[in-house]
Design a protein around this ligand. Structure first.
Ligand code: DGI
Ligand code: FE
Ligand code: FE
Ligand code: FE
Length: 188
């Protein structure tokens, strides 16, 4: 599947704003892949499809988690924003037909990360945060770090995200904390 075919498949599932974000993530992921030695074709497809399920019906996704994705059952106790990542991986495999487990994992873990992330997973995780359309507080510092050190950039991204959630007194999913701890441990 080439870029244009993939973009045409994802577009009907997204708003214009989310489609622009998707193209931004894709191009950022390709750049990060080239900089850090990941496969840029995998980065391209993972970027294009990472938010495939962003606007899927939440009840449909909760039912999917309770049925076929019971490994992810804990997310039902947290923000409904977490559903689109594992459910997206499932839909991309079954509706789009992508079978590359590395691409599917990059989609699956793009919101929370996980312990022991692969290079491709890191590339998508970070690209989602720093793509040019993002305007989070502190994003420029992460963009700067991203040119120098992938793991350091991800640590700063996680500090920002976890702090953001905590300042708003929102729940933080345990995997997000575990991901942060895993990166910190590996820095030492
Ligand atoms: O889908 P995007 O908006 O492009 O970005 P994303 O997939 O990283 O989703 C981020 C959303 O998830 C954001 O609104 C914050 C929310 N969220 C809720 N709980 C958690 C969380 N994000 C992380 N990383 N960890 C959480 O525990
Ligand atoms: Fe997302
Ligand atoms: Fe993200
Ligand atoms: Fe995204």
């Amino acid at each position: 599947m080439n870029r244009e075919e993939a973009l045409a498949l994802v577009k009907p599932h997204l708003t214009d704003h989310r489609y622009t974000h998707t193209v931004g993530v894709t191009d950022t992921a390709i750049k990060l892949a080239k900089r850090y030695g990941a496969n840029s074709k995998q980065a391209e497809l993972a970027g294009i499809f990472h938010d495939y399920a962003k606007f899927r019906n939440k009840e449909e996704m909760r039912t999917l988690v309770k049925g076929k994705l019971t490994n992810n059952i804990l997310i039902l106790e947290y923000s409904s924003e977490l559903l689109h990542a594992p459910c997206g991986a499932y839909y991309v495999e079954n509706e789009i037909g992508i079978k590359d487990e590395e691409i599917l994992n990059a989609i699956r873990y793009h919101t929370t990360g996980r312990v022991g992330m692969t290079l491709l997973e890191k590339v998508i995780f970070l690209a989602d945060y720093i793509e040019p359309g993002r305007d989070f507080k502190g994003v420029d510092e992460v963009r700067e770090l991203a040119t120098i050190d992938l793991d350091k950039a991800i640590i700063q991204m996680l500090v920002n995200t976890i702090s953001f959630l905590m300042k708003r007194q929102q729940q933080v999913f345990p995997t997000t904390i575990e991901t942060y701890n895993d990166f910190i441990k590996k820095q030492k």
